[in-house]
Design a protein around this ligand. Structure first.
Ligand code: ZN
Ligand code: ZN
Length: 451
């Protein structure tokens, strides 16, 4: 029985591209009593591997915590694998807003002591005595209450790029550290204030709320499903977002934009920016915020020291790493003396800048006609394949390619191959290919821009 990944990340990325199928990035968790986590792990691996499900999953005696990428057409089959377990019947799957087919490239299910490293001794308090769950609108209402204290239970690099207005954002690297700090800081408010807590997907608050009730807080509330579910609800119900900026996520996208506010700075030049990156020096890999200009000048490195190292021959880089505390910066998660504009602890509630978003009105004013849809993208050769379903397309035409992951991309057609042969004008029914400087996705729409 094959219970481990047999493909490398690169091989997997290529397979996903060749399959050309859309994938959904999602997360879920459940606290439950699992007597044999190892057996549970193996069952899940077999079931999910068969569905081509990928992701990073932790299982423990106390439950499951999963971040995953699922082929969109397998979502029902995936749900069925969860429904087999009583404690996951009807479970809410938090589906990410921006979809990326490459969010996860392996299926990794690990058995852990706990599903979240909370540092709590669960025997000492009642973990089921949780705070009151709030939906987005209820959360907003309580935020308005002057008697409310709102606490961000995420880490400094998460709250830095986005947080609720007025939230206390502890300067911590782990969830474990934030619990005693908050307990200490809010000592005098246990009786009369509303303690409102939130995190990314709700899992951290699930136990933290029980912990704070045990510590004597009388009015404890938590954002149900965390920022991810909050975002879904404000979009669906057209509620004003009281969360500003980006929601940091743990897959390679590193963040989902919630509002167009930028609340953080490039750590190197101080310009408003909220794009996280990892230092290009493999021995460093520091998580930090870097603007496009600094990325160019510093070649994706966090410091001149790292930049110099990346210019050495590989063999020498490897030699340098030996005997060095390599893990040091990696586990310091986003703090280094060379970063001058790193902010943590007290964060601004006023946006520093607005992210550039395409003006919707402008988009509508572009006159265009639908030509067809994307059938394939050849990653290596950067060739796109479309099927023409309406009208026709000629060399010199301006086209617009549009899709949820691709966005809206315009370009002028300089060559067309119809059914394998070069041609001037392609007609309905033709399968056309041409090279394209960006990746497209299956079912992206192809338009001809008019006038
Ligand atoms: Zn910069
Ligand atoms: Zn570095």
């Amino acid at each position: 029985m094959q219970l481990y990944n047999t493909l490398s990340a690169e091989e997997r990325a290529q397979l996903i591209d060749e399959a050309g199928k859309q994938r959904l990035t999602l997360s879920f968790y459940a606290y439950a009593k699992i007597s044999d986590p190892k057996k549970f792990r193996d069952e899940l691996f077999i079931a999910w591997n068969a569905l081509d499900a990928l992701g990073r999953i932790y299982v423990a005696n106390e439950g499951i915590n999963a971040q995953m990428s699922i082929p969109a057409d397998q979502i029902e089959a995936f749900r069925n694998t969860l429904e087999l377990y009583d404690f996951m019947k009807g479970i809410r799957l938090n589906v990410a807003i921006d979809q990326d087919d490459h969010s996860f490239l392996k299926l990794t299910i690990k058995v852990r002591h706990k599903i979240v490293a909370d540092g709590l001794n669960d025997e000492t308090f009642d973990v089921t005595n949780k705070g009151i769950h709030l939906k987005a609108q209820e959360f907003n209402n309580l935020l308005e209450d002057p008697n409310t204290i709102v606490v961000d239970f995420r880490n400094h690099y998460e709250s830095e790029v986005g947080h609720f207005e007025g939230a206390i954002t502890p300067d911590v690297e782990t969830f474990r550290e934030s619990l005693p700090i908050i307990n200490e800081q809010l000592q005098d408010f246990k009786e009369d204030k509303n303690l409102l807590m939130y995190c990314t997907g709700g899992i951290r608050c699930e136990k933290a709320s029980a912990y704070f009730k045990h510590q004597g807080f009388k009015n404890v509330y938590q954002l149900e499903g965390g920022i991810i579910e909050y975002t879904r609800q404000i979009k669906e119900e057209d509620i004003q977002s009281k969360f500003i900026g980006k929601n940091f996520v743990f897959d390679h996208r590193l963040g989902e934009r919630i509002t167009d506010d930028i609340v953080s700075q490039c750590h190197q030049c101080g310009k408003p920016c909220d794009n996280h990156t990892n230092c290009a020096n493999d021995a460093c890999h520091l998580l930090f915020i870097q603007c496009e200009d600094c990325k160019g000048a510093m070649e994706n490195c966090c410091s001149t020291a790292c930049l110099e190292i990346t210019h050495l021959p590989l063999a020498e880089q490897v030699k340098l790493r030996k005997g060095l505390e390599v893990g040091n910066k990696v586990f310091r998660k986003g703090k280094s003396d060379s970063l001058l504009f790193k902010n943590s602890g007290d964060l601004p509630n006023k946006p520093l800048a607005k992210a550039e978003t395409k003006n919707i009105r402008q988009k509508i004013s572009i006159k265009k006609t639908l030509i067809g849809k994307a059938e394939h993208y050849y990653t290596r050769s950067k060739i796109a394949q479309f099927l023409i379903e309406n009208n026709e397309l000629s060399i010199g035409d301006k086209i617009l390619i549009s899709g949820s992951t691709t966005g809206e991309q315009e370009l002028i057609i300089t060559e067309i191959f119809a059914n394998g042969a070069p041609c001037e004008t392609a007609k309905v029914g033709d399968q056309i290919t041409f090279t394209i400087p960006f990746r497209i996705r299956l079912s992206d729409k192809l338009y001809k821009v008019l006038g």
